[in-house]
Write a protein that binds this ligand. Structure first.
Ligand code: FAD
Length: 461
């Protein structure tokens, strides 16, 4: 009898797990994958994909308004939440089926079950059945974490539930200042809901460039979203038809839904990690891994959000692929986590890659900032009160562009491409040598000639 039932057992059928399973099978491994909820994981089922569909839907609101300045007369548009959610659910079901089919086609055995570790080589399914695996990959992702317990926390929804609300809330309070909180704030505002964002810090989007943070806040406020910073939700009271949220600053706000998007926790609970001897990273609560995603147990690896490194779909996919190549493809691959382009699909959207101005000033002795804030051409006729922000952060010693930050329509698409230039270590001179493409907003990126600020670090005594 073979020592192992399978060469690889993947726990979790999300972005990282699915990629790892398919590529490992392609390298000739016998692979089994277990998914306890729906194949595709957070990104496909209740993350990036349904979120972007709702972003598209909510944007029409502005498009209808903007059309008037260009001569269009549009009858007062009406919006039906139920239709949107039903169509979104149909698309997600299609994607889920496609994921399952593609994994199965690549020769992977798919088990629709929760799986936990019994020991380093044994996985137990919800049915009680056990599977002996030579290697185990943990790709269980993360879950919303509401933070400290407060009275009425049971009334609060997370992004998971926001995708399935029976009706559009007329008023919604969202606690959180990160990308998920802001994206949902803009989505609901686009549908006409009255939105209040509550955030404990000084400004939203902690970790982003300061100019991006203030620009996004001012644009969201212009769109009618109330942003309350420096306070938290202390208590939520439920009434027959709505809620009263009491804030730490003594004020209270009535709404039809209360949503928290204050953080996510790696899915490590009840996984049997202790039985297998898998160590956690004390700094972030995720599974501790080395540069090849190997855990403290030599035959167990972990990729994606469960390691709490950089919680993004393309990162989980790369990590899953690198694992498969390293363990089954006879090619050691380490994922480079530097200069990852990211977006916030708020309205207007954010695209960013590389260092913020503050980070660059910590790393380099001379930093030049090139910055432009301007009214997009479309807004001149639509009359919309909005501004685009474009910012390049340059290491003045080498002339390398080490950071690009954009707030405005199309920012995410622009930054995906700019990410190549930053990764290739393009200089400001390379940007200047590139011909502008006119008329676009992006041409500003290659026509900013004079630094708006220059930071020179004083020489050490
Ligand atoms: C609202 C929202 C919006 C987002 N938007 C973006 C975005 O725009 N761009 C972006 O790059 N990222 C985005 N993300 C993050 C992205 O979804 C995650 O980084 C990505 O899905 C992580 O992939 P993963 O494979 O690590 O985990 P997941 O995709 O979470 O997959 C883990 C899977 O494991 C399953 N599982 C857990 N435990 C077990 C068990 N014991 N047995 C069996 N199965 C188990 C889960 O059911 C889940 O399906 C968003 C996330 C959220 C919540």
């Amino acid at each position: 009898m073979a020592e192992f039932d399978t060469d690889l057992f993947v726990i979790g059928g999300g972005s990282g797990g699915v990629r790892a399973a398919r590529i490992s099978a392609g390298h000739g491994a016998r692979v089994t994958i277990a998914e306890e909820y729906r194949m595709g994981g957070t990104c496909v089922i209740r993350g990036c994909v349904p979120k972007k569909l709702l972003v598209y839907a909510s944007h029409f609101h502005q498009d209808f308004e903007d059309a008037a300045g260009f001569g269009w007369t549009v009858a007062k548009p009406t919006f039906d939440w139920t239709t949107l959610i039903a169509n979104k659910d149909k698309e997600i079901a299609r994607l889920e089926a496609a994921y399952t089919t593609n994994v199965e086609k690549s020769g992977v055995r798919v088990l629709k079950s929760r799986a936990v570790l019994e020991d380093a080589h044994t996985v137990r399914l919800a049915t009680g059945e056990t599977v002996r695996a030579k290697y185990v990959l943990i790709a269980t992702g993360g879950t919303p974490n509401h933070g400290a317990t407060i009275p009425g926390l049971e009334h609060v929804i997370s992004s998971n539930e926001a995708f399935h609300l029976k009706q559009l809330p007329r008023r919604i309070l969202i606690q959180g200042g990160g990308y998920i909180a802001l994206e949902f704030a803009c989505i609901f505002a686009g549908f006409g809901s009255d939105v209040t964002v509550v955030y404990r810090g000084g400004n939203v989007l902690r970790g982003f460039d300061e100019d991006v943070r203030s620009h996004v806040r001012s644009e969201m406020e212009k769109a009618g979203i109330t942003i309350l910073t420096g306070c938290t939700v202390a208590k939520v009271d439920k009434h027959a038809h709505d809620f009263t949220t009491h804030l730490s600053n003594g004020s209270s706000i009535a709404s039809d839904q209360v949503m928290f998007a204050v953080g996510r926790h790696p899915n490590v609970r009840g996984l049997g990690l202790d039985k297998a001897g898998v160590a956690l990273n004390p700094e972030n609560g995720g599974i501790a891994v080395d540069g090849f995603s190997k855990t403290s147990v030599p035959n167990i690896y972990a990729v994606g959000d469960v390691t709490h490194r950089i919680n993004l779909t393309p990162v989980a996919i790369r990590e899953g692929h690198a694992f498969a190549d390293t363990v089954f493809g006879k090619r050691e691959v380490r994922v480079d986590h530097a200069d990852i382009p990211t977006a916030v699909f708020c309205q207007p959207e954010v695209g960013t890659v590389g260092l913020t101005e503050d980070q660059a000033c910590e790393q380099f002795s001379q930093v030049d900032i090139f910055k432009a804030t301007f009214r997009p051409m479309k807004a001149t006729m639509s009359g919309r009160d909005t501004q685009i922000l474009m910012k390049l952060v340059v290491d003045a010693t080498t002339d390398r562009v080490v950071g690009c930050h954009i707030v405005g329509d199309g920012a995410a698409e622009m930054v995906q491409v700019l990410g190549i230039a930053v990764k290739m270590k393009a200089t400001k001179a390379d940007f200047d040598a590139t011909m502008a493409l006119h008329p676009t907003a992006a041409e500003e990126l290659v026509t900013m000639r004079t630094p708006s600020a220059r930071h020179v670090r004083a020489a050490a005594e």
